[in-house]
Write a protein of this length. Sequence first.
Length: 574
Amino acid sequence: MDAKTFDKARLPSRHVTVGPSRAPHRSYYYAMGLTREEIDQPFVGVATCWNEAAPCNISLGRQAQVVKKGVAAAHGTPREFTTITVTDGIAMGHQGMKSSLVSREVIADSVELTMRGHCYDALVGLAGCDKSLPGMMMAMCRLNVPSIFIYGGSILPGTFHGKPVTVQDVFEAVGMHSVGDMSDEDLEELEQVACPSAGACGAQFTANTMATVSEAIGLALPYSAGAPAPYEFRDRFCMAAGEKVMSLIAQQVRPRDIVTRKALENAATVVAASGGSTNAALHLPAIAHECGIEFDLFDVAEIFRKTPYIADLKPGGRYVAKDMFEAGGVPLLMKTLLEHGYMHGDCLTVTGRTIAENMAHVLWNPDQDVVRPADNPITPTGGVVGLKGNLAPDGAIVKVAGMANQSFSGPARCFDSEEECFAAVSERQYKEGDVLVIRYEGPRGGPGMREMLSTTAALYGQGMGDKVALITDGRFSGATRGFCVGHVGPEAATGGPIGLLRDGDVITLDAVAGRLDVSLSDDELAERRKAWQPRETDFRSGALWKYAQGVGPARDGAVTHPGGAAETESYADQ
């Protein structure tokens, strides 16, 4: 492909490279060593979330260099830049977790601002940790320039006493240690071997869930989401993405041509089929919002309800992302879902072909048991279920993958923060049969909608994971297992019913019927609401305060701006 193929009159970079008035702008590019030919070519933003915060992101800088080679090989001019991440595994269990969901918005905003400010024509985005994946895809849909998403890849599993382990085992070991079921020496050994390489958490937690989404929604190249971070094989995908984005510029294939309602339904389907993270029910509506598509928690839950659970992945199953990649990758999962009528095959992807065309040459692998055929599922309904009831009028969500019992009823034990609940769990100040309630942890009330993995893992480590339930207006990690209901809406901070609960109120959860109820009448709830007072947050300034002022409900993705529906003109058309 020759650079002369591209007419700069139609591309954003014309604003900084074309005409006598842009001589000062071009002088900056010459200062960075660009040639006149490179300045005349399309500019491709290569955005990464590289940092030294965690293994999720540590390989992204190296992978970006290969993307840049691909762009240059196809006669484009790559311009690399980075954005932030907040890594959930390190932010978990303390006040730092309030920054996690907020970082999704900052990632999307900062990529948008960099692209807008420098007038780049296309985007290749590389992300590795939970919020950076949806944040990067949100930016792509918001900008609507030709874009390809690349996942940095998963971590390799560790080995402890001859058995494979992940960071989930370390979190649960904290609970085991607290009740004397693990020694100091074993805990120290486990923490040293659980995470042996670069890459995001290895099981079907949020990062791998959203990586699976990236292929199913059409923004990533087939197979690219599965290869672990240490595999040099990843370079092939990075090189191909750099080259392919140039053809998307030539054809003017944009993210909103790809991310349609059908594509969002495909994405929700692979989440349910793989027993993925409940966080997908927050991120898919947010991605839809950037495209101006109404697709909320209940739309996601409807797809979950009718999708079979077929991928035997941790935390509810036996395998990790590396195993699924070696069995056939995300295309193997999509192939059987498509063949049995669970996916829309006519959705366009970044290959320039449809899902069905991409799947045409994918062969079923009978010599593996990571992914079952869709007509022989592990369970007939999805690994994630939506709930509604008088305790959750705006919905809630629970992961049921691997759970034998899908109903629970018991008295409430109410806590107004995660710290209060974690302290009670650590000291065993709860009873079998209790429903632990953590509230004022929603998007506005937290602020930031924290995940509760430290608490849920401690319960499991104490052997109580299936003997109590936990509900919250906050979130759960993709590594959470047990009867844990998140995203309860409306949240307590806005007067939702979860904020009206008292110790002893009987709560009933039924994942089969899709219900979450408290044994109180409408009149009793209304009477309690009269006495309810808003709870002041401790965050009165800074980024968390600013987020709390504008964030919307979890049902709609906890978004912070009007979205694509309010646009009069997208960046790509300016």
